[in-house]
Design a protein around this ligand. Structure first.
Ligand code: ADP
Length: 483
């Protein structure tokens, strides 16, 4: 990794109590674009996770007691270091994850924006004074940090999924232990290095990188010293981890899978809708939980829309994310490619029409070609499961009621998008959608000021916004009597 400006950002072991810890064995991190090993990382165990939790537990009282202004300044310092090292962090991210460098840079800025947002919010953790039921009583509400927070994060946003949880936790006065995905530990470890340089005290931010996800996960969901568990990942694993947390009654935030509909009504600006769909579908090669999964087009504009879309898709450049101009990188693994391909082939076998793509760029490569399918129906697997690949699956509808019914016909409820210029329809559809986030004439909706999160089996809790701190705060009620 000689191309990093600051070689000190390439770390190869876990970090807790402000120290880097060796392990008995290590694991490899490879570049999905080339298959080459880019680093070997010490493989932390479940026992190591316990050590990290102990560090976070010990650090909690001191961190919680710090004035909010001090916590805020430390988070700001961390944010500035992330921006200062944006190029190196982005390169590490592209090398281990595959997304185009421009997107990786965007992710670093996005992750840093949560540190800034919550550094600012840290100063505004207000309580309440409630009018009491008797003249000799006063009722007060204090907000206090929940305690030690444990988190498990996925590989699709190796920096931002950690930043947005850690920023809120640390701002609230909690200490934090995270297990990153084993495919992408380098971004997490680089964040730890910068937290260290920023002066975040020992034990406040800890990273446990290892391949024993179940063993480390067991510690992070059952250790009695942990008050809260925050997860971003698949619904299947999220359910399992929520069950594990039940015994010790941990507070939970769950950002799980989605199945985003993208609806285009006949009154929409079709060119804007195509732009919005391209942004929402192809970011990170389709590997985000808010990526469009189902495209629902009003019958009367179906042909016109599909033609414009195909034209836009023809301009996509697939390749190694470090090469300038590339906008679709590799998928994360061979399994991921197989899963996407299986969904495409099953849809075609069930009657969908394949317009382009539908295969890898070459046998055994992890590059899946941008794919357009039409004639999809809502009961096909491709419409029911998260595709997590660069595949557009188009269905049609005949009226507004059918559009809403189709959009809501999923157990997921994370993001939804629709395009219309009719103000009445915009309100009706926005209110009728059973999703936590709705983009109206907009394909990119996530930012630090907005509450990110889902309903139904997409989980619960919100990240970012003025609501994001609530997930990390306990409400304490004081009844002052005898006045
Ligand atoms: P994906 O399919 O996107 O990899 P997962 O839900 O499998 O989503 O993974 C998200 C995170 O959950 C990763 O950090 C992964 O290592 C972790 N994980 C997977 N299985 C378990 C498990 N049994 N216990 C704890 N963590 C797990």
């Amino acid at each position: 990794m000689s191309t990093l400006n600051d070689q000190g950002l390439l770390k190869n072991s876990s970090y807790w109590q402000s120290q880097w810890h060796a392990a008995a064995k290590d694991f490899t991190v490879s570049n999905p674009a080339t298959g080459k090993v880019i680093a070997r990382v010490a493989d932390a165990s479940a026992a190591d996770a316990e050590q990290a939790v102990a560090a976070a537990d010990t650090a909690f009282a001191g961190w919680a007691a710090k004035p909010a202004a001090e916590r805020s300044s430390l988070l700001m310092r961390w944010q500035q270091l992330m921006l200062q090292h944006q190029d190196d962090l982005a390169l590490l991210l592209t090398l281990e994850q595959g997304k185009p460098l421009a997107e990786a840079k965007g992710e670093i800025v996005y992750g840093a924006s949560y540190l800034q947002w919550f550094a600012e919010e840290a100063r505004r953790i207000y309580g309440d004074v409630i009018p009491g039921p008797a003249s000799d009583k006063r009722l007060l509400v204090l907000k206090q940090p929940v305690g030690v927070v444990a988190a498990i994060t996925p590989w699709n946003f190796p920096n931002a999924m950690i930043a947005r949880k850690a920023a809120a936790a640390l701002a609230a006065g909690c200490t934090f232990v995270v297990k990153p995905a084993q495919q992408t530990p380098l971004s997490a470890l680089a964040m730890a290095e910068l937290a260290d340089r920023a002066g975040i005290p020992a034990g406040v931010f800890n990273v446990v990188a290892g391949t024993d996800a179940a063993g480390i996960g067991q510690v992070l969901t059952t250790d009695a010293r942990i008050a809260k568990f925050s997860f971003t990942g698949s619904t299947r694993i999220g359910k399992l981890l929520a069950q594990q947390c039940a015994d010790s009654m941990k507070r939970l935030s769950m950002e799980l899978g989605g199945n985003a509909p993208f609806m285009v009504f006949a009154d929409a600006d079709l060119d804007a809708a195509v732009d919005g769909l391209m942004a929402s579908k192809f970011r990170n090669a389709g590997q985000t939980c808010v990526c469009t999964n189902r495209v629902l087009i009003e019958q009367t504009v179906l042909a016109a829309f599909t033609e414009k879309l195909q034209h836009a898709m023809a301009k996509l450049i697939v390749g190694d994310g470090t090469v300038a101009g590339v906008n679709i990188g590799p998928l994360i693994s061979d399994d991921a490619c197989n899963k996407v391909d299986e969904l495409v082939q099953r849809a075609v076998a069930q009657g969908a029409t394949l317009h382009c793509g539908g295969k890898r760029s070459a046998a055994a490569s992890l590059f899946y070609l941008p794919t357009l399918l039409s004639g999809v129906s809502n009961n096909m697997a491709i419409a029911r499961q998260e595709i997590f690949g660069p595949v557009v699956a188009v269905q049609s509808f005949s009226d507004e009621a059918e559009a809403i019914q189709l959009a809501n016909a999923t157990e997921f409820g994370l993001a939804a998008y629709f395009y219309s210029r009719d103000i009445g329809r915009i309100w009706r559809v926005a209110e009728g959608l059973q999703f936590g986030m709705v983009g109206v004439n907009e394909g990119i909706i996530s930012n630090a000021a907005a509450p990110f999160g889902g309903v139904k089996q997409s989980g619960y809790g919100r990240e970012g916004s003025k609501y994001g701190l609530d997930d990390y705060l306990d409400i304490k009620y004081l009844c002052l009597g005898g006045l």
